[in-house]
Design a protein around this ligand. Structure first.
Ligand code: SF4
Ligand code: SF4
Length: 218
């Protein structure tokens, strides 16, 4: 899932300082789980904007704002409110905000109320952890399922830098050293010799942005 953080309300208010009539858009997926763009947060923002003298012409929380068809459906249902709107605040991830913008045929001014932080796995305590940075050239098969590209602060591919202490990374002592994790897993599985195999230099062409992928029609 995509992790977002809501911007400070004063900053959000600054974004729409020249606008009177605001429409709010949330997201029923990731931003709802992150509590940055679910129904509850949209209603809170609505209340704060109204207190600040703005008119909220309407609001919607599409099931997933990054999906074009859902945005189009939400816009169609809220056409009247959108016609009375000077500016739209979107509380989704950057993809959701841009998806709204791309589907807007009214050329509305669209602003992001959230900062998009990273794509995450959610652990059993409900914490969000960045474990993959979508490099396009996965090597988890070589590293016992621990991604050094993302989880090593230096992105090292062939063993630790030497700065780890008690298994913690020298860049951030609160975080595990990815290479110590990989070493321990290899050791448990009697695969230490694997570490003698050099992982080749990455093909950075595979991580050139922006990515896109066309699904083959069956
Ligand atoms: S190597 Fe790491 S960053 Fe690349 S795809 Fe695999 S998990 Fe993601
Ligand atoms: S201490 Fe470990 S995780 Fe941190 S930069 Fe060095 S090798 Fe990478």
């Amino acid at each position: 899932m995509i992790i977002t953080k809501q911007k400070d309300f004063d900053f959000i208010l600054g974004l729409v300082k020249d606008k009177k009539n605001i429409f709010l858009v949330g997201c029923g997926e990731c931003a709802t789980i992150c509590k940055t763009g679910g129904e509850e947060q949209i209603l809170e923002i609505k209340k704060k904007l109204e207190k600040a003298g703005k008119v909220v012409t309407g609001w919607v929380v599409p099931e997933a704002t990054c999906i074009s068809s859902q945005v189009k459906m939400s816009m169609a249902k809220n056409r009247k409110a959108l016609n009375q709107t000077d500016g739209v605040l979107v509380f989704a991830c950057g993809s959701g905000t841009q998806s709204f913008k791309e589907n807007d045929r009214m050329s509305l001014d669209v602003y992001s109320g959230n900062d998009t932080l990273f794509a995450a796995a959610v652990d059993s305590q409900g914490n969000f952890k960045e474990v993959c940075s979508s490099c396009g050239d996965c090597i988890l098969d070589l590293t016992e399922g621990v991604c050094p590209v993302t989880r090593c602060a230096k992105g090292l591919l062939n063993g630790p830098c030497g700065g780890q202490k008690d298994g913690k990374c020298e860049v951030d002592r609160t975080k595990d050293c990815a290479w110590i994790l990989i070493y321990k897993l290899k050791e448990q599985k009697n695969k230490i010799n694997d570490l003698k195999n050099i992982i080749p230099t990455r093909d950075h062409k595979k991580s050139l942005r922006p990515h896109s992928l066309e699904l083959k029609k069956s």
